[in-house]
Design a protein around this ligand. Structure first.
Ligand code: SIN
Length: 317
């Protein structure tokens, strides 16, 4: 057994949820069970080595649909704190599936950790007859422990035996156990009987220099508008009045935007609002053109482009 520590940070989600019946998978309350209790039920947890090897902290307890900047800041500060400890090998974060891809992208863009930071989750509540959370947790521990053997690093998501990169991962199904995909990028690899089978590289990046300034930083208002049949600039004009600082347009196809919406977005840019286009397609990367009226965020979904834009604005970029 390694003498390096694995840190568990609990934030809630279905993995910590409970239902009125063990057969109920959709009507339940998320974020009811503490992360200490979730871990105590895992095999090997109470074999005497757990206390030395594992550090456990409840950072938040929420349904991730309600995720907000306050929890993100708290989580990022704790992740950065533990990453800086020499005896910490990796971090596992339990999280709801609904905004998991946003938190994963936020942490990767901010910290670009050189150690593994693994978000995991469940699609069934903790008291289901056959819950998926315990196996996901064990698989996440396998990844978080793999900095040496497999060079694991960066923020990843582990669900249903697959390992996904923070930039590509997306929830694609409302209730299937295997609810995530990395689109045409595919998963980084799989966890099979506790062993990793890797298909491609771990997430890379620079990380940002926000550091402790993040705690006091004002989050700029960045909203997402969608282009669709009949879309016009009404929402954009209302958001300008509300003081929006950035706009992401969830564009059709390869980043095309309804002409009326585009005209409103060009006007917004002329008034100093930052605008980014991301494709609303589930797969593939947006390929920018030389004559595009609006800047693009290739490879990012609209929700991730929003995070990228918020962080850029916070950095004064
Ligand atoms: C949540 O996102 O917190 C609830 C849904 C889930 O975890 O699957």
């Amino acid at each position: 057994m390694s003498n390096q520590k694995i840190v568990f940070l609990g934030t809630g989600g279905t993995i910590a949820g409970t239902a009125a019946s063990a057969l109920e998978h959709s009507d339940y309350t998320a974020a009811q069970v503490g992360v200490h209790a979730l871990l105590a039920s895992l095999p090997g947890w109470n074999d005497g080595q757990g206390a030395e090897r594992y550090v456990v902290e409840q950072v938040a307890q929420l349904d991730s649909k309600d995720m907000g900047f306050d929890v993100w800041v708290k989580l990022a500060i704790r992740v950065a704190h533990f990453l800086a400890q020499a005896d910490v090998q990796g971090i596992v974060i339990t999280h709801g599936t609904d905004t998991l891809e946003e938190t994963a992208y936020f942490l990767q863009a901010l910290l670009a950790p050189s150690k593994p930071v693994v978000l995991t989750c469940a699609m069934r509540p903790s008291n289901a007859l056959v819950p998926d959370g315990p196996q996901n947790l064990l698989d996440a521990v396998a990844v978080a422990s793999s900095a040496g053997a497999h060079g694991a690093h960066g923020v990843t998501v582990v669900c249903a035996g697959a390992i996904y990169g923070a930039e590509e991962v997306q929830k694609i199904h409302p209730y299937r156990l295997n609810a995530f995909s990395a689109g045409d990028a595919g998963p980084i690899g799989f966890v099979e009987q506790g062993r990793l089978r890797l298909l491609r590289d771990w997430p890379r990046g620079q990380g940002l220099t926000l550091g402790s300034a993040l705690a006091d930083a004002a989050w700029p208002r960045v909203e997402i508008v969608m282009s669709y049949a009949g879309a016009d600039g009404t929402v954009v004009r209302a958001l300008l009045k509300a003081g929006v600082k950035g706009l992401v347009v969830a564009a059709t196809g390869n980043g095309t935007v309804h002409q009326d919406l585009e005209a409103a977005l060009v006007l917004a840019m002329q008034q100093g609002v930052k605008v980014l286009r991301a494709t609303r397609c589930a797969e593939g990367r947006l390929l920018p053109g030389a004559n595009d009226a609006l800047p693009a965020a290739p490879g990012l979904t609209p929700v991730k482009a929003r995070i990228a834009l918020m962080l850029a604005l916070m950095q004064g970029r």
